[in-house]
Design a protein around this ligand. Structure first.
Ligand SMILES: Cc1ncc(C[n+]2csc(CCO)c2C)c(N)n1
Length: 216
């Protein structure tokens, strides 16, 4: 059997993919040893990621070529607008990060880069471009979350960030995204490769940026 299109894309983007999945931030998160300073720096940036991500999901709803896919994206958009946003707010409270403090933190370069690529993919009105960015963002997160060995960390800020990315609904959604990109990506190969590659590089840079400021 020939290799899945999404497996080819991932293979083409090693080692960036593997370096993101096995990043220091991921290792510290899974073992519950990530410092509050680092976790707060990460979550402040990631909360902004979520905003652009919803724009991209809106574009997926608009450009998908089947009713079933539109329904699937619609359900997912509802889920992340409720449960996931609540996680961020509870985490900020537990970490003692106020709304004013958050507002005073500038976007890191990878955060700005992600916002730009998500807007760019959405503006193409090309379902393949949208799928390529969404697939990286979801699949790569599932790939690190599933590497947990043993017990979840006791701190809910750590534990919930892991279970959000490794639970049956999420696994099903990653499978759906991959099958959509496997189905349509080969017809628009250059676009799929371009967006997939750039999004993977940004995922690695996003983790790197968390440690760039020192004082960890
Ligand atoms: C830089 C960055 N990349 C990917 C994700 C993963 N992600 C973003 S939105 C979303 C949907 C619901 O969880 C998921 C999985 C992230 N959080 N931050």
């Amino acid at each position: 059997m020939s290799q899945r299109f999404t497996d080819q894309l991932r293979a083409e983007n090693q080692p960036a993919w593997d370096n993101a999945v096995g990043h220091r931030f991921v290792r510290e998160l899974l073992s519950g040893t990530v410092s509050d300073h680092t976790m707060a720096a990460y979550l402040v940036q990631d909360h902004r990621f979520l905003d652009s991500f919803l724009t991209l999901l809106g574009s997926a709803i608009a450009t998908a070529d089947t009713f079933e896919a539109r329904l699937r994206f619609g359900r997912f958009a509802g889920m992340i607008s409720s449960e996931e946003n609540t996680y961020f707010l509870r985490a900020f409270e537990a970490l003692g990060v106020s709304e004013d403090q958050r507002a005073g933190v500038p976007d890191t370069e990878p955060t700005a880069g992600f916002q730009a690529i998500m807007r760019e993919a959405a503006a193409t009105r090309n379902y393949v471009a949208v799928l390529a960015v969404l697939t990286v963002a979801e699949w790569l997160y599932y790939e690190w979350a599933r590497t947990l060995e043993g017990e979840l960390p006791t701190n809910f800020v750590h534990a919930e960030w892991i279970t959000l990315h490794d639970n049956p609904e999420f696994v099903e959604f990653v499978g759906f995204l991959r099958s959509e990109l496997d189905r349509l990506g080969p017809e628009d190969d250059a676009v799929a490769r371009d967006f997939f590659g750039r999004a993977t590089a940004l995922e690695l840079e996003f983790f790197e940026a968390v440690y760039a400021g020192g004082d960890q």
